[in-house]
Design a protein around this ligand. Structure first.
Ligand code: ADP
Ligand code: MG
Length: 318
């Protein structure tokens, strides 16, 4: 097997507060292969963004990486110096965060925001950076004339495209996208995702794609990992996770989204609320909401086990 581009080993991320320590990412192991799209799904609060921030080492106090390693091409980014880290970000890994379209600076033209990123990391002239910025805009489907526009002169979809252009600027090998299109309407979302897919074919980068929308993920990801209360509870090829999930939580997540194809069915959501990370039960974190809860689930936390080669799930019924 080829060396993964990214390997996350036993990663734990805690939020430390006077009320206690909330472990938002618990013992997560994941790899991303070159050119792969790995989707991470789960309800709000299950630790997806915390994981994304940690991978880019953009987490800030009170978040603390308390255990584990994050290897990028075999190098542990948790041990990188500030200088190495600056090179790593944007050059190797870039990020598009939730509502990123609002992260553009409102008083600077989008052209300047693009050239700033290029000039900060590459030894090129302003003229060449501007040519590159124009190319990038056109790559994401915006006319090059728009370089002189301010963010408020663009629609939400266009601003989100600009953010993707910024993320592509230095041709990184991995793009982390945390709910990149959640704030957009579904038509624009679809358009942008299609374009993103074409770009991926062209540039060959990997994507870590985070979303609460499993049906979207079923279409765009190669593999899907599902998180609950900071734990990875199912991981496998996208098709199987989406069409034949093993974990009751994944089944519940899928049943809470309408399908576009197929007959109309009643949506069943998952009863109850996610667990309080400061007060986790003994046994399985999902027991109180699980339709298949057994005695053992109240005593012992299930561990991830391999169901098929490359397919893992953590549940006592399996
Ligand atoms: P997701 O992106 O899946 O919605 P997050 O990674 O944002 O989830 O949050 C995971 C958990 O970490 C949440 O349950 C939340 O309670 C906790 N958390 C997030 N940010 C903070 C913070 N700044 N301080 C304390 N706890 C936090
Ligand atoms: Mg989030």
């Amino acid at each position: 097997m080829k060396q993964p581009l990214l390997a996350i080993n036993n990663l734990c991320v805690d939020y430390v507060s006077p009320n206690g320590v909330a472990r938002a990412v618990n013992n997560v192991n994941l790899t991303i292969a070159p050119g792969e799209t790995l989707g991470i799904a789960g309800e709000s609060g299950c630790g997806k963004s915390t994981l994304a921030f940690a991978i880019a080492r953009l987490h800030k106090a009170p978040a603390l990486i308390s255990e584990g390693e994050i290897l990028y091409n075999g190098r542990d980014i948790l041990k990188m110096s500030d200088k190495a880290l600056r090179d790593f970000r944007w050059n190797d890994v870039s990020v598009v965060f939730q509502s990123a379209m609002n992260s553009l600076n409102p008083v600077i033209t989008i052209g300047e925001q693009l050239t700033d990123v290029i000039l900060a990391h590459k030894k090129v002239s302003l003229k060449d950076a501007t040519i590159k910025a124009k190319e990038l805009l056109e790559i994401v489907g915006i006319h090059g004339d728009r370089l002189s526009s301010f963010p408020h002169q663009l629609s939400g979809g266009m601003r989100q495209r600009v953010v993707i252009a910024v993320a592509l600027a230095l041709e990184p090998k991995l793009i982390i996208m945390d709910e990149p299109t959640t704030a957009l309407d579904v038509v624009v979302e679809r358009e942008i995702l299609n374009e993103l897919y074409d770009l991926k074919e062209k540039f060959g980068f990997s994507i870590l794609f985070i979303s609460h929308d499993l049906s979207l993920m079923g279409e765009i990801a190669d593999r899907i990992g599902v998180m609950y209360a900071g734990n990875l509870i199912e991981l496998g090829d996208a098709k199987t996770v989406f069409s034949k999930p093993s974990h009751p939580y994944t089944k519940g997540l899928i049943a809470s989204f309408p399908t576009i194809h197929g007959p109309k069915e009643r949506l069943y959501g998952i009863p109850g609320d996610p667990v309080n990370l400061l007060n986790l039960p003994t046994g399985c974190n999902f027991q109180a909401r699980c339709t298949e809860c057994m005695e053992v689930c109240k005593e012992k936390q299930p561990e991830l086990q391999q169901l098929n080669p490359g397919y893992l799930a953590a549940c006592h019924i399996l």
